[in-house]
Ligand binder design. Structure first.
Ligand code: ATP
Length: 355
């Protein structure tokens, strides 16, 4: 089953009556449902098999109804049920991952945001073209090991959650390295990590103006990554490698952080450039996105990745962050999505935020 409707046709039912906010029960779904409920939307939880029991523990975030499918990869066969609920799908990392980006963009159901972004984000090469041509500072990339002039991180394509990444502190440590698949050799940036939670509203005409809309900074987090975060306790890197212990970057949680105020212009500049370039390349990115980077001791913000949708790090701010509190009280990313949807309906501008 592929895409048959035009955007206008897909969006028409949402113009006619209030939609259900629908997403897959995982990742940031509790926050998405909670925010949608606060703004008066019905909510639909999509799950593989029975609804997750842990939802019973969080009544304020439990969706009004569930749509259970045997496997999420089969969601394409449930289009009629999604339509009956007048669903607007909210993409998050696990939703796109479980379904697969190709299948996700084929769903003939309105998606919050521009579905064209998925193609640009899920291909590491395209993402690089986007960020580089936006003029965002990024880690150096080496075409082959002989060029290496400092610490590197070797990333395999499709290595989900940073498993199988290889670290080397200099060219010598890379000697004899045999790649096991398509990869990039990237400068290992020394500094401190920040994952910046932005929201781009094409509807807003106040605040920090970018394009014809506004860029909002709603929070930032740092990821807890296993096993790398605690690995130093066991000894030096080479020693560990000899013992057969390899670093991994599997996200297990998130912690709230704030940035030195004088560094805020650098992250706003990166966010604005990414949006401006997205408008030129594919008609713009809408709604939540995350700029993931490392602040060096020279106070340069090097961006190693972006996520083009709500990230799980926003879960630390269900009632707002030190930044979103200065935009509006009690403003989580989940609620921000619901507010944009509500405004777009009220102003008859749904086609600017749905695709
Ligand atoms: P995920 O799917 O979990 O986002 P991924 O496979 O896309 O992971 P990245 O997000 O690129 O991988 O990197 C995973 C982690 O590796 C980062 O969160 C960060 O801790 C570390 N990392 C990535 N690139 C660099 C870099 N250039 N320098 C230093 N650390 C890095």
């Amino acid at each position: 089953m592929g895409i048959a409707l035009s955007t206008a046709e897909r969006v028409a039912p949402v113009v006619a009556r209030p939609p259900s906010v629908a997403t897959v029960c995982s990742h940031s779904s509790l926050q998405i449902f909670y925010g949608a409920k606060v703004e008066g939307f019905r909510t639909l939880g999509i799950c593989a098999g029975s609804p997750p029991k842990y939802y019973d523990a969080f009544p304020l975030a439990k969706p009004d109804e569930f749509l259970s499918v045997p496997k999420l990869a089969q969601l394409g066969g449930e289009i009629e049920r999604l339509k009956q609920a007048n669903s607007v799908l909210i993409p998050h990392g696990s939703f796109v991952e479980y379904l697969g980006p190709e299948k996700f963009v084929q769903l003939d159901i309105p998606i919050f945001g521009n579905r064209a972004v998925i193609e640009w984000e899920s291909d590491r090469e395209k993402e690089r073209v986007w960020l580089e041509s936006a003029g965002v500072p990024m880690p150096k990339r080496y075409a082959n090991p002989s060029e290496v002039d400092g610490p590197v991180i070797v990333k395999y394509y499709g290595a989900k959650g940073g498993k199988g990444f290889f670290l080397a502190k200099n060219r010598q440590a890379l000697e004899g390295f045999q790649p096991t698949g398509p990869h990039v050799i990237q400068q290992y940036v020394l500094g401190t990590r920040y994952y910046i939670h932005f929201f781009y509203s094409p509807l807003s005409d106040t605040g920090y103006r970018v394009g014809s809309g506004s860029l909002e900074l709603l929070g930032m987090d740092r990821r807890d990554e296993a096993n790398i975060d605690e690995l130093y306790k066991l000894g030096g890197h080479e020693e560990l490698l000899r013992a057969g212990i390899r670093p991994t970057f599997v996200v297990t949680g998130n912690v709230p952080v704030v940035l030195r105020e004088s560094l805020l212009p650098k992250v706003f500049d990166a966010g604005a450039r990414i949006i401006e370039r997205s408008i030129e390349l594919f008609g713009g990115m809408v709604g939540p996105f995350c700029v993931e980077g490392i602040m060096t001791e020279e106070l340069e913000f090097k961006v190693f990745e972006i996520s083009t949708r709500i990230v799980a790090g926003t879960n630390v701010y269900v009632h707002g962050s030190p930044y979103s509190d200065l935009v509006a009280p009690d403003l989580s990313m989940g609620r921000r999505i619901a507010l944009e949807l509500k405004r777009a309906r009220a102003e008859d501008r749904l086609r600017e935020v749905l695709s």
